[in-house]
Design a protein around this ligand. Sequence first.
Ligand SMILES: Cc1ncc(C[n+]2csc(CCOP(=O)(O)OP(=O)(O)O)c2C)c(N)n1
Ligand SMILES: [Mg+2]
Length: 296
Amino acid sequence: MKLKDLPNEGPYTSGDRACSGCMAANIALNVMRIIGEKAIVSVPPSCMSVFAGTFPELNWNVPYFHMQFANLASTITGISRALKTQGKDDIVVIGFAGDGGTGDMGLQALSGAAHRNENILYICYNNEAYENTGIQASGSSPYGSWSSTTPVKGKLRGNEYFPKDIPRIMIAHDSSYVATASTAHIQDFIRKIEKAKNLRGFRYIEVLSVCNPGWRVPSHIGPQLMTEAVDCGYWILFEFEQGKLTINKKPKFTGLREFLSKQDRFMHITEAQIKEMEEYIQRRWNIIQKLEDQKP
Ligand SMILES: Cc1ncc(C[n+]2csc(CCOP(=O)(O)OP(=O)(O)O)c2C)c(N)n1
Ligand SMILES: [Mg+2]
């Protein structure tokens, strides 16, 4: 489907309380424009649960469930199995969670669901921190980034760890479908959500999600940053299906410095840290390229 063919609105309605320019809201809106009304949605504690999912002001025009932080994948597994028992095969059961709810707190339930190939679509909007509770670092926070738990003070230069690679963890489960995406690459995004809608079994899509207060950036800059993230290799667009990985866009490997310099969470970053990030990007690229070369 082309962007122009999508309905202007979907079952994620306008009037949420997300920050201006929030890419997580943009992801919810666009996923639901593609999936349509035959869906059941569930969101654990996160920005998305706060800005769109507090009764009686829900933005979801489909059945919606909120649960505890660690058990999104188990919750949607239960919903999916109940639908199967009822003989209903045309409803997409979707979980949306942040990176903390996915790669840290929710990883155990997520791993179990992937291992059992549950019939669910799990979408992680990765804004690279526990943003909702005041910008604490998560396992997905980038190296060198400032957060309220990775301060910049004296010898402390922000986050000392490199992010864990959740899509690769999901690939290791040999899941039915795993993809990374960005709404700034909208045609690729539409294709992946459509594909996931039509597939059955465990599907995982991780979407980069700029957070203006967390990344310390102005509210208009999200799409530009996500474009730059793909160009410099910071965010690699790929998909894994039936044991085969495909890279969807080869990075140019230029512009990392400019990408970082636009975000005040990296305001303090040193030359040595930039070099370490460049090396990390290259290391990860080499691993993903090797996965692409592997035969299913
Ligand atoms: C067991 C438990 N621990 C902590 C919290 C508090 N809490 C609510 S949302 C949140 C952060 C969620 O981070 P993430 O999943 O990345 O979503 P984001 O806020 O970035 O959208 C935390 C720590 C909670 N609700 N439950
Ligand atoms: Mg987050």
